[in-house]
Ligand binder design. Sequence first.
Ligand SMILES: Cc1cc2nc3c(=O)[nH]c(=O)nc-3n(C[C@H](O)[C@H](O)[C@H](O)COP(=O)(O)OP(=O)(O)OC[C@H]3O[C@@H](n4cnc5c(N)ncnc54)[C@H](O)[C@@H]3O)c2cc1C
Length: 471
Amino acid sequence: MQAFIEHLSKILEQRYILTQDEDKAPYLTDWRKRYIGKALAVLLPSTSDEVAAIVKLCAQNQVALVPQGGNTGFCGGATPDNSGKQVVLNLKRMNQIREIDIANQTITIEAGCILRALQEKALEHGFLFPLSLGAEGSCMIGGNLATNAGGTNVLRYGNARDLCLGLEVVTAKGEIWNGIKGLRKDNTGYDLRDLFIGSEGTLGIITAAVMKLYPLPVSQWTTLVACENIASTITLLNLFQKRASSLLTGFEMMTRESLDLNEKHFPHMANPLQGNSPFTVLIELSDHESEEHVRQLLETILEEAFEVKLISNAVIASNLTQANTFWHMREHITLAQAEEGANLKHDITIPLSSLDSFIQQTDALMRDKFPGVRIINFGHLGDGNLHYNIAPPLGVDPKIFNETNERQIHELVYGQVERCKGSISAEHGVGQLKLDGLRAHKGEVAHELMRALKTALDPQNILNPHKVVSI
Ligand SMILES: Cc1cc2nc3c(=O)[nH]c(=O)nc-3n(C[C@H](O)[C@H](O)[C@H](O)COP(=O)(O)OP(=O)(O)OC[C@H]3O[C@@H](n4cnc5c(N)ncnc54)[C@H](O)[C@@H]3O)c2cc1C
């Protein structure tokens, strides 16, 4: 392998080839500290040509690569295995904005661009880039596309896939596919762009992308409302969809347990709604007409919801600072869970019509089989996306609890997901965490098709092997 490292130094300056343990360490563990890998080297290229040359060299030497962006993924997709023979390819130095096309309302950016920097660049030019998630200060657009990230604006603008028009990708042979086109229509055969989006670095390395921009709304109003049961939250969502249509940009559900956990670890994040109701919903309307128009619409819908007893309490943010506080409260739940200790995460989607039945049955089964467990359930309800997470009973060591019960708990949840015709991964992807889950629940034909694609595009299995599918 010495010869391989020497060859690398013809592609990258020595300081961008990390081989010392202390230099590699930050790149070898995932955000949740669930996986710790080893690597031959961590490589930090700054151009697509460098990425292509590295992949070519890896292909010649049969060295596997693990692409990495901000390393905020929840499924261990960006963490190398334990062999010490893989290389991590971190794209953070590829962070240039290549072009902003005002007339076409698109931005062309490199994969290592941090999501927040992209949002800010769009804002500078008077546009909205709507992808928004708790990790936006560190996740990167390449990682967002590789995981087809969702977040809080999917209800109105779609997920990362829906926001992407074109891609540049380095293939497993080390060739560069130039699909950098800002087209909203292109029916020239198979959709290669969509193949790479959501493939978690197993089919190619995304080096740049053309993303859609949107006009900035003139006004946004945010409210928190209290609901007594999940059925009411869904009826409320349907009411907002009917009355506000595309002005509805956020609909996030938080259970009492998830907000209690928030308050325990971040006391300044206390729920401003009095009454301690079982479900709190954060709703956001965005309008291109006027502040009065959206405020009036929001008040009218809330009045109707009160009248038909869908909600028992509501507070409208009086200014932007308060609106941000509401959003921070929602986003802090993930951080509160991390503070509390290891928990078993399930990022699932269920058709809205089956959500009530899913929650009732799964909660009952979980409490029956694992007495005392704490169910921390919250999520992007507008998309039917729940983060249905399980923490051990109070006083029980999370590590021991998880080691003993992880498999059974995942299977219980995934069984219920299958019963409700849902998906075991809504937005976080598969990585190594859900490799077995995908094999068991995707369906045999679909799984075989995925394996066939992987074999065709990466026959040597050098791109993020044993993530998503094994061949
Ligand atoms: C606090 C917090 C909140 C979060 N909230 C959300 C949320 O609301 N919605 C959501 O969807 N996710 C959420 N996430 C998960 C995570 O932020 C997303 O999955 C994000 O898209 C990952 O981006 P990243 O740059 O960190 O990718 P990484 O973690 O570095 O990589 C993720 C996967 O993509 C692959 N990859 C990375 N870059 C490339 C590339 N250029 N080419 C090919 N493959 C690549 C990696 O190999 C890996 O398989 C959250 C995470 C945190 C920590």
